[in-house]
Structure formats: structure tokens, C-alpha cells
Design a protein around this ligand. Sequence first.
Ligand code: PNW
Length: 489
Amino acid sequence: MSINTKKTFVLAQGFPNHKVRRFQDGFLFGTSTAAYQVEGAWNEDGKGESFWDYRFHVLINQTHPPGDVACNSYHYYKRDVEMLRELGVDVYRFSISWPRILPGGFRTIKNEAGLQYYDNLIDELLKYNIQPMVTMYHFDTPMALQHLGGWSNPSFVDWFVDYARVLFDRYASKVKYWTTLNQPDTTCEINNKANYVLKNATGATDYLCTKHVLLAHARTYRMYEKKYKKKYGGSVGMSTAVNWVEPFTNSSEDVEAAERYKEFTYGIFFDPIWSKNGDFPKLVKDRVAKKSKEQGLVRSRLPSLSKEEIKLIKGSSDFLGLNHYTTYLITPSEIKHKVPSFIDDANFNKKRTRDEWTKSHSSWLSMTPEGLYKVCLLLNKRYDYPPILITENGWSTDTGLQDPSRSKYIQHYLNSLLLAIEEGTKVIGYIHWSLMDNVQWMEGTSERFGLYEVDFDSPERTRTARESSLVYKRIIQKRIIEEGWKPEK
Ligand code: PNW
């Protein structure tokens, strides 16, 4: 039977030939979390304030925001590792809280208790043969640096590299997988209404941030390459959000809007690193330059990259970290946005979905597994088969231990990934978001992404396995997907 589904990937057709297809030896299975979303202990043992602490306490003025305690992993990390052992994963992706280690942001004052916490977590993982994978930055900028403009300040690049060096010096002998940043598009707020950074000049600070993120990432990569790689042999990448997009209709307006979406949200980060010539995509450069001129500016709001910068950034990743969740249908923007702004430049609206798509507990997330296959093929074509690591992929539900929709999501997305592998995609591994329910930023704890449920009313934040954790465990054990497999009651 032919299993070539290049053009005809239809979910309803099920799992062609699934019994003979398995994940290759050495393929890494894992789960993912992030510091602010799970650690809690927001002001304990010398930790500094992060932007997210400030955001909830000061900007929103909440008395006990959920992130103050979150899953209390700062105190219960051993339970987290126990769950990882139950699942049988190869790797655990977690992030380090910059202000827990450098309370004021700069490397002048180090917080030994914070450094020790991550040593303890890493050692506990290694004790059970689980590879730690560290995300250096998952949105929680030290507030001291946010007050100085955060990512829009060019000096932030130096500050980040200084911080990265503290991490390498301390942990490089034990940690082999590193990502510099999680989701630069979210960090720079170019593709997200959630306002992750404080900002006052739309259409300018977001592009400054974009450039600085790329420089911080590339300089960190080069530092590892030069000083640590020979000795420790690890790999360094970045995690970028790439959802699949399709034009809502085949009208030229929708088709062009979908193109703009791709260039402005992932091309802008991938081209400089992965394309042959480096630099930002032409469409983005041209459009922002044209609009800037129309707006009476003497130079483009998109900063240029010098020859040296292009060279520095090009090739600065050992793997392409992919956070993939869903598919969006794109039209041009239907409302008039502030001018200038990223969204006015990019001009798309991404919130449309089809009625027949299964919906999650998050407004932006529906079940469209073929999107993962299509994203892989697009990246193969555009960047000549880069090594891909799925650093996030996950599904939200309400509370409750029975979560058939999550089991189905995992099975179908992994099946889609297997099909992409058959087409030649190089995939290093798959890391599920998330190990357990956690703080979904502005949504608090209302959207549950966990393989384990967390009881946010109990002091120890009791974790209980959901049904889907057994489905995932079985896949990890067998290295194949058995459609519809369910644990016995
Ligand atoms: C990720 N989208 O963000 C983050 O990395 C996690 O911290 C977060 O908990 C997880 O998704 C689930 O929400 C995303 O619009 C933000 O497609 C936006 C999108 C996807 C992921």
C-alpha cells in the first residue's frame, strides 16, 4: 500500500500502514515546561522580580496571582522528575529563570541559591538518565532590565550573552541540549496580542527586539561553539512558533495575506539563520521600507543587518526548534490597526477556524494534525532539510483525568510527524507541552495543558496522571503509534 500522502493527507483516512512505521532509534521523546509557569517561589531565596511578577503585581494589581506559587516546582521538583520517570521520557525541557540566578539582571550579583536549585533539578534528572534541555529565556525578563527598555535596548544583547555565559560555565558539563530563547515572535510581541513586553513605540520596538534577539542568539551560539563545544559536545538552537497557515479562501487577497503571515512571523527569524544568503526576507524589508517612507520617516523602521551581522547569524543553530500547535486560516486584517505597527505592516487576521475542526479549551487552538506535516515539508523546501526538534506541541482541556481529546491529539500529531519523516524530514525528537497543568500566562490556570493534572488548591499542588499520560507512555515504550489505543480501566 502506498503511504505517500504528499498531497492528500486526510486525517479521516486514519493511519496508513502505521504498524510498520516506528520512530528511529535515538529519537528523543520528552515533555516541556517553563520557569514562570511552574516554579512559583517568586520571591524566595533571593530571586529577583521578573517582568511577569511585575505585570501581575503592579500593572494588573492582583493580590495573589497564580504565578506566585504556580505548580510549586521550586519545592516539588523531585515529584516532577518522578512523573518524568513514570512517563519514560528521554528528555525534559525546562527553562531557567534569569532573575532567579541574576536578581538584578546583570552578572555582577549571582544568587547561589538559584544556581543551586537548577543543579539539584539537573542532577535529579541525570540520576535517572533523563537528559536536561535548558531554555535560557522563556519570557521572564529580569524587571531591572525591562525598566531599561528590555529587548529594545541594544545593550540587552550583551546582557543576555553575559547571562548565557553564567549558565554555560555552571551547567555545560551536564546539559547537552540548549535553546537560547523560546518564541522570539512572542517575546517581541510581533505576533501576539498578549503584550509580553512593555512597549511604547509599535512598529519600531518590535523590530528592534527582532534584531536584538537574533544577535543575542547568534552570539550565544558562537560563544558555545568557541569555548564549550569541543569539550562538552552539546547543541544549541532556538525555539520558534510555527503554526501552519492557509488562505481562508483562494482569493488573491487571502493568498497574499497568508504569504505575509509566513514571511513576517517565521521568515523574519528563520531566514537570517537558515537561508543561504541570510538576512531578513525581501518581502518584509520591502514592505516596511515602503510603509516607513509613506509615513514620512527617513529610514525603515526595520533595522538593517550589516554584512558582519548577517555572517554572525547565518548558520548559528545546530537544530531548528519548532513549537507547533495548530492551523490558522488567514485573511487580510479586517480592522484598522494603529499606524505604525507590526500588524499594520504585516496586515493579516489569523483567528479563523473551520466549524468541523475539533476545538480545545484555548480559543486559538484546534486539532489539525496535517499542519505539522505541511510545516515540516515547507521548512525542508525552504531551508534544505534542517534538523528539526519539536520543542512544543500540545492541547488544552478543562480539568479532569479523562482526556480522550489529548490522547487523540498526541496520536494524530505524531502520526503526522512520522509521515513527514518518511518524506525525508530530519527530526531529532518530540517534546510535548506540557508535563503538567501550569500557569498559562494571562489565562491563569483555566486552560489545562498537562499530561498530569495539578490541583491548584492544595499546598503541595498535587499532581495526578491523566489518561493521556498512559497513551504517551505507551508510544514512548513501543516507538509506534497504535490508533485508538486506550489504557485498560
Ligand atoms: C506557547 N499561538 O505559546 C508558549 O511557549 C508556552 O509558554 C505556552 O504555555 C503554550 O504555548 C501554550 O499556550 C504560544 O498563537 C503562544 O499559536 C501562542 C501560540 C502558540 C503557542
